[in-house]
Design a protein around this ligand. Sequence first.
Ligand code: HEC
Length: 257
Amino acid sequence: MTAAFFILITLEKKTMKTFAALAVAAALLGTSFPAVADGVLTANYGGQITETADGWRIEFAVRDGGVRAWVRDHGDKPVAATGKATLLVGGKKLDVPLKADGEVLTADAAVTTADKVAAILSLSVNGKPVSARFGQEALVAPSLSAQASAGKAAFEQVCAACHGTALRGSDAAPPLLHKFYQPGSGHGDDVILAAATNGAKSHMWKFGDMPKPEGLKPGQEKDVLAYIRAMQAANGFAGTTAAPMAMPMDHSGHMKH
Ligand code: HEC
């Protein structure tokens, strides 16, 4: 802590010119970060997010049995919206009305988190038409090592109720097939093992805290980690260093190197 304060004071002397400097200070001090910083949009519920020409932030997520959408303004405040989702899934076109349920728009549809889905949201926000497109690739199920196979069984028993059998999240928890959790991200193996053992305080999303998981035997968290890594690698989250990182760290305050 002393070191962190020292750095903060040093930065203040330099008037904290850059966002990066502020980010480092915030990370060291453990303060929380704004949801949107430096032009990087952050989804609240693990979905895909886009900003329309009118400045509406639209987040979209596929769930098992339906879709979700959230509309927020520039200041990240929820905005009322109505409309429908047009989904292209398995060669079928589905038009489903979106129903407002508090901050979230929901629709039931014959779709799962493992499907390839193309979606167009046709919304009315403040009486004006707004549309946005999203897409999800079909889940790739890789062949698994013995350890990852054991991890899959344990994951499905203990973690999937919240993180989904496709590891793409649910209304209760974020997707683990996500760049925030890929190798080389701010959430390394140690963070995943710690979550599997003890749960986690809410700091990335608006799902709330992750309780300590019930039912893993000692050692099984390593199997679960192997499974998560295998699924990430097969689904575009291998976390190679080939792609340049947009920011030196994610917004959680976990440091990246
Ligand atoms: C009761 C629901 C629930 C269950 C069961 C659950 N999680 Fe979570 N998990 C969450 C939520 C909610 C978060 C988001 C916390 C946040 O905002 O960062 C989370 C976050 C995580 C994270 C990120 C942790 C961090 O420090 O950023 C990992 C990794 C994770 N879960 C793995 C697992 C694994 C592995 C299992 C099974 C052993 C599991 N979870 C079971 C709800 C759950």
